[in-house]
Design a protein around this ligand. Sequence first.
Ligand code: I6G
Length: 672
Amino acid sequence: MKKNSDVIQKIESLRALLAEYNYQYYVLDAPTVPDSEYDRVFQQLLQLEEAYPQYFSANSPTQRVGGEAIKAFDNMLHVIPMLSIDNVFEAVALHRFARRIAERLHCSDIAYSCEPKLDGLAVSLHYEAGQLVRAGTRGDGAMGEDITHNVRTISEIPLVLRTATPPQHLEIRGEAYMSKAVFNRLNARASQKGQKTFANPRNAAAGSLRQLDPRIMKERCLSFFPYAIAFISEDAPLSNSHYERLLSLKEWGFKINSDSERVLGLDACLKYYEYLLARRSSLAYECDGVVIKVDDIALQTQLGAATRAPRWAVAYKFPAEEALTRLLDIEWQVGRTGTLTPVARLEPVFVGGATISNATLHNSDEMARKDIRIGDVVIVRRAGDVIPEIIGAVLAERAPNTRGVSIPTHCPVCHSPVYKIADEAAIRCMAGLHCAAQRKEAIVHYASRKAMNIEGLGDKLIDQLVIQNILQSPADIYHLDLNTLANLDRMGIKSAENIIRAVEASKKTTFAKFLYALGIREVGEATAKILAQHFQNLETLYTANEEELMALNEIGPVVAAYLHAFFGEVHNKEIIRAIVAAGVHWPQAQKSTVQPLQGQTFVLTGTLETLSREEGKARLEALGAKVSSSVSKKTQGVVVGDAPGSKLDKAHELQVPVLTEKDFLALLKLWE
Ligand code: I6G
């Protein structure tokens, strides 16, 4: 490639190709080539750019990886001020907003664009002749900071607009944000390394955009949704609808938020709000409300702006998910498996739509890392159905009389020593069912809906029964009598009768539910089903060793060890025996109609110790195998007992596998 024009053309075509691959991947979510092809073209372009540095472009896809660090941020003036947006927190205030608009426009049939309000940072992007030239933060609305070096690393922002006829000048505004998935990954990695974690995705995004070194920013994988065209030169005609304008930005290479909608009238806005609020926790991004905008650009212009915010838009906020309150104390709760969890007692605070006075701190490591002291002002978060949690302390408000939290050395319930297991963040009481807390949790789990489903036998009732020593294990449930139950707090004869009936009804169950109900560590519903299907009865499960357990695809060494230890414990088997003796039963699983040894031929020779030749033959045949009297190359295995005949020699000669009685029994057990 000698001629410079050839080089330029090649470089340009590679850049365009990579930009298109990027668009397919990030904007359309529909890549057309594998990563390896992207990498190959990328390397080709990189080599050409290195050989011809005179054709450098800051908007080349190779520059997305993050160039040199800058020394300080330059200021960036917003010729068109970056206004903020008015917030409303109740439907009545939204009605007021709509009424004001109707009065000013003398019209009430207004089309609105409803867009999720992301909890990110407002960013302004300037394009000249289709090239990204500058990007800045909002700052005070009139002056922000130039963060072009960082913004270039955001894959969802086009460096060059995807159009042959770009406007001469274009200013896009939108929200740079960190998705929940990226945030969780970033924080998990930080806590693994013992580093400080970010309080929320917004802080993480802000911290990333304020990096002087764009390579750090690149690792943070920020995203971007445009929310307005702040300026466009007259050479590019656009729709008069704000919503359609956003859609057309997709053609130019922006990823747009597909959760946005255009609706007619205020009632439809309220419906959209309810719809998005219900989906809040399943959205890929943190969302703190809905932005409602008059859709018609001409009407927007007619309405204009007040000093701080446009009159044609409002943010209808969701209930806050975070709030400040004071940490009164820490108590340690003992879980079903003996884990001690620090639970924060708080000054009651209204957050996420409810008043809360308890929150979790997850484990002692996390508490130490977050440097939380009793008496601190703390940030609590309650999002959706998630248990309220403490995000961190507000160090600036720490009073001199706060006190540190000591990590217990003994179980707060049964007083036996607690242990910290290597590689686990938790501390654990190892007393098992001897510890009243674990006993209670084990029984609560046993009676729960997905386990034995004993209706009415809930947390509060079990608590009383354990405290009074009436229930010492799940087996005692079957000896509860009407009198005992009727005399408990908040119980009467009617509710006691209901419980007795529910206990009786729950006796008919399935093997999988029963295994799940036992509460063996790491044995959830799915694992219990697999075990039930494979072993089909308790006896085979009792005698299974760890290797046999691990032979099941879904069971690894940790679960196998827990199972083996559980069934190796005489005390556990005693409880199971008592439960079964009380009448708990399940249908014997139907024998599988699939014949796993179908098409395989075996030969039996010599005397077997534990079963007769006929029995061995019958069991093989039940699994679909044929039993032959002579060994051939097609024989899958020769089962050898005491004093074998010439069939053993033949097996050696033809290199057919030889099975001892022990191997043979293991084979049968695997499939029966
Ligand atoms: O701060 C904002 C967040 C989201 C906005 C906004 C937005 O739309 C989804 N839209 C406008 C027009 C403004 N601020 C000024």
